[in-house]
Every structure is written in structure tokens, then in C-alpha cells.
Design a protein around this ligand. Structure first.
Ligand SMILES: N[C@@H](CCC(=O)N[C@@H](CS)C(=O)NCC(=O)O)C(=O)O
Ligand SMILES: [Zn+2]
Ligand SMILES: [Zn+2]
Length: 195
């Protein structure tokens, strides 16, 4: 049995709804509902964009999965709608402040508070929602980073081939449009571009 890339694609890829017709929805952490402890709830008022698999060591992955699935959404489209007291930032030194449930460990959203090309965008895992229609994964990023977490480098061709068989391009950083956005932001800040 090959390792699971991610439960959402182990049995193929399902297309999302067109963004204009998709109203958003709610994400829940993995805490079971009980009288003394109920899940954290995050409400998103639109679809996500740039939804992608991330192999880095910092992004939250479902158990047994090699990759995280992470999408971006303007921070003004995200609100914490239940049990926010259970959230804590897991690493205050990271550019992306990842708010995780203190009880089950699920990352509910990541936010950037410093000067950064992606300032104003939050990072979320739409598989935490029961709604259907979230943007389907667009590509796989930081693929080589799974080796840092102990994945056998000899299995990398197979991992990349499985993404490609689903029509997903693989990158060892972010996708070219996102890398270009970062570089453009950096050039503007340095006064080398005035677009
Ligand atoms: N190889 C590193 C890559 C980490 C990394 O750069 N992650 C990217 C994609 S999520 C990033 O932008 N991180 C910023 C952050 O975590 O704050 C690892 O696996 O830990
Ligand atoms: Zn929880
Ligand atoms: Zn990541």
C-alpha cells in the first residue's frame, strides 16, 4: 500500500463549485461535541483560492497523510464563531501564525501579522468543513520537504507521479504565480519595480 498523499485525493479529485456561486461555510476542529468540550468553529464567507497541497513540516496534516491541504482567503472573510478560547498560536516566531486547537491540535487558521507579501491573507484547511464545493486542489508545493520529516527519498518519483496523474503540478517551493507575487512584492519594497 503506497502512503496516503492526502485522504481527499487518495480516491481521485473532485472539482469545486465556481467561486461566484459558492457562499463559503464553516470549519470545525476534530474535538468531539460534548457538553464540556465542543469544537472550535471558523466561518468563511467565500471560497478559498490557491488551494494546494503542502509537504512542509509546519502545515497541519490529517493523521497518516504526507501532505497538508491549504488554501488562502482574505482575513476579512474569516471569523472565529465558536470556542475561540481553545485556540493558541503554535509558533510565534513563524511568519504564518498558526492558530491551533489546544485540545485536539488541529490548525484552524494561519495569519500573517508582519510586513509580508501575503499580508491580509489567512491560510485554512477546507477538509475541516462538511460543505462541498470548496476549490479543488490546484498544485502541490514544498514536495521535497516531506523527506525532512523522514520520507524515503527513493519514493519521491512515485509521489510526484501520483500528483501528476491527477493533473497537479509539483513544486519544491510555491507555484510560479505565487513565487512571482513574492518576488514582485520584494522588488517593489526595494524600489526596483514600480508597477
Ligand atoms: N522545508 C521547510 C519549509 C518550510 C516552509 O518554508 N514552509 C512554507 C510553506 S507553508 C512557508 O511559507 N512557511 C512560512 C511559515 O511557516 O511561517 C519545512 O518543511 O519545514
Ligand atoms: Zn479541537
Ligand atoms: Zn506548508
Amino acid at each position: 500500500m503506497p502512503p496516503s498523499l492526502h485522504p481527499l485525493i487518495d480516491n481521485g479529485l473532485t472539482k469545486g463549485s465556481p467561486s461566484e456561486s459558492f457562499p463559503g461555510g464553516t470549519l470545525h476542529c476534530l474535538c468531539p461535541s460534548s457538553s464540556s468540550n465542543s469544537p472550535v468553529e471558523i466561518t468563511l464567507s467565500s471560497n478559498v483560492s490557491h488551494n494546494h497541497f503542502c509537504g512542509c513540516s509546519k502545515c497541519w496534516k490529517p493523521s497518516g497523510s504526507l501532505f497538508s491541504l491549504v488554501g488562502v482567503i482574505p482575513k476579512t472573510h474569516l471569523s472565529v464563531t465558536a470556542n475561540g478560547h481553545k485556540l493558541a498560536v503554535i509558533d510565534n516566531s513563524a511568519a504564518i501564525l498558526r492558530y491551533a486547537c489546544k485540545d485536539c491540535g488541529t490548525h484552524m487558521y494561519g495569519r500573517i501579522e508582519k510586513e509580508h507579501p501575503f499580508y491580509g491573507l489567512d491560510f485554512v484547511h477546507v477538509e475541516l468543513s462538511d460543505q462541498k464545493g470548496w476549490q479543488e486542489p490546484q498544485f502541490a508545493a514544498f514536495v521535497s520537504s516531506i523527506i525532512e520529516q523522514g520520507f524515503d527519498p527513493r519514493g519521491m518519483d512515485e509521489v510526484r507521479a501520483r500528483f501528476k496523474s491527477l493533473g497537479l503540478e509539483t513544486y519544491d517551493a510555491l507555484s510560479p504565480p505565487l513565487m512571482d507575487a513574492i518576488a514582485t512584492w520584494t522588488a517593489k519594497r526595494a524600489g526596483k519595480l514600480s508597477l
